[in-house]
Design a protein around this ligand. Structure first.
Ligand SMILES: Cc1cc2nc3c(=O)[nH]c(=O)nc-3n(C[C@H](O)[C@H](O)[C@H](O)COP(=O)(O)O)c2cc1C
Length: 209
């Protein structure tokens, strides 16, 4: 799958079919995690793969009753091993921990999407409950709960900010001038191409983005 397609086409999927996910696919998704960049290559991610129905239900409850999580055939629980980050002191614990695992999670979501598997990054949960449900020790910080399954329904893409809303030239607050317009037009061209590939069922009118 083309990279841009994997970037634009992935959606947070919250309705899953009953079709199970095979061991090979689970393996590929886990493999994707370890190729992420991490501070000093510490690779502090640790991932618990949950398929047991009762445990999935408990996880869904721990995620503030987001019960769609229990309907997914597989739920990945991603932790950061804080012991590995102590060498970076506060910066490691407060920053690299989240950054490293976020990069790994992003890889996982994209590879899942490339396999036709839907996913949803869930960050709203009770840390202690999630850790207890999967028996994780204290030095593991839960960062995300990720239900995955073949999509029953793929939502439309939520509206994104315009590039010029968040990009500046040289100094913060200095908006892009006319000369950057060509670049924005180029991006729109990429969007148009991907939209034609994916169809309008997945993407709303990207011209607005
Ligand atoms: C850190 C983080 C936490 C999130 N937590 C939740 C969550 O608790 N429940 C949920 O349904 N979606 C959650 N999401 C998914 C976002 O709602 C979703 O990514 C966003 O609306 C954009 O939609 P898209 O992923 O389809 O592009 C989370 C995403 C991130 C990155």
């Amino acid at each position: 799958m083309e990279l841009w397609e994997a970037i634009i086409g992935r959606r947070s999927v919250r309705q899953f079919s009953d079709e199970p996910i095979g061991r090979e696919e689970i393996g590929e998704i886990l493999d994707a995690a370890r190729w992420a960049p991490s501070a000093g290559n510490v690779q502090d991610w640790e991932i618990v793969v949950v398929q047991d129905e009762e445990r999935k239900r408990k996880l869904a409850e721990a995620c503030w009753e987001q019960m769609f999580i229990a309907d997914a055939p597989v739920v990945f629980v991603v932790f950061s091993n804080l012991n590995l980050l102590s060498r970076y002191r506060e910066r490691g614990i407060m920053m690299y921990s989240y950054q490293d695992t976020a990069a790994a999670i992003q890889n996982m979501l994209r590879v899942a999407y490339s396999l036709g598997i839907g996913s949803c990054w869930v960050g709203a949960f009770d840390d202690e409950e999630v850790s207890e449900i999967v028996g994780a020790p204290e030095h593991l910080r839960p960062v995300a709960v990720i239900p995955m399954g073949y999509p029953e329904r793929i939502p439309e893409a939520p509206i994104r900010h315009d590039i010029s809303d968040y990009s500046y030239v040289e100094e913060y607050g200095k908006k892009m001038e006319k000369e950057w317009k060509g670049f924005v037009e180029y991006c729109k061209g990429v969007h148009r191409r991907i939209r034609e590939k994916l169809g309008n069922s997945i993407l709303r009118d990207l011209e607005k983005y």
